[in-house]
Design a protein around this ligand. Structure first.
Ligand SMILES: [Zn+2]
Length: 123
């Protein structure tokens, strides 16, 4: 229940969110409860809907229904998000690469320590 939906900034204000890759347009809200409908409701006749709770400027997903189409990966906001994820993945690969190097060096050090302790034990 702690799934956060990203707000997709638009010129008309933050009235769009990304729910699992689907772009949703704000329909109405009752205090902190927001009701969303699919951005492709008109173009695709999609009946996809979502309900979120706004808490600390974050939209927590309460419920959502299925869509009759694939997620809008080509939409600007979603594309931006995908780019961010790719960037993150790049960073992550870089980090894990560095981590590998670190582990290797640590292994070398451990080996040396073993040799040292062997030497000490042999003495
Ligand atoms: Zn839809």
């Amino acid at each position: 229940m702690d799934e956060v939906c990203d707000i997709v900034p638009s010129n008309k204000g933050n009235n769009k969110i990304n729910v699992r890759g689907y772009l949703m347009v704000k329909e109405r809200n009752r205090e902190a409860i927001f009701y969303w409908c699919c951005a492709k409701r008109k173009s695709e006749g999609c009946k996809g809907r979502a309900v979120t709770t706004l808490c600390n400027n974050l939209h927590y997903l309460r419920s959502c229904t299925d869509h009759n189409h694939a997620p809008q990966a080509s939409d600007a906001g979603v594309a931006k998000l995908t780019a961010q994820i790719k960037l993150f993945q790049k960073k992550f690969i870089l980090t894990s690469h560095h981590l590998m190097l670190f582990v290797e060096q640590l292994a070398v050090l451990e080996n040396q320590k073993c040799h040292l302790s062997h030497k000490i034990l042999l003495k």
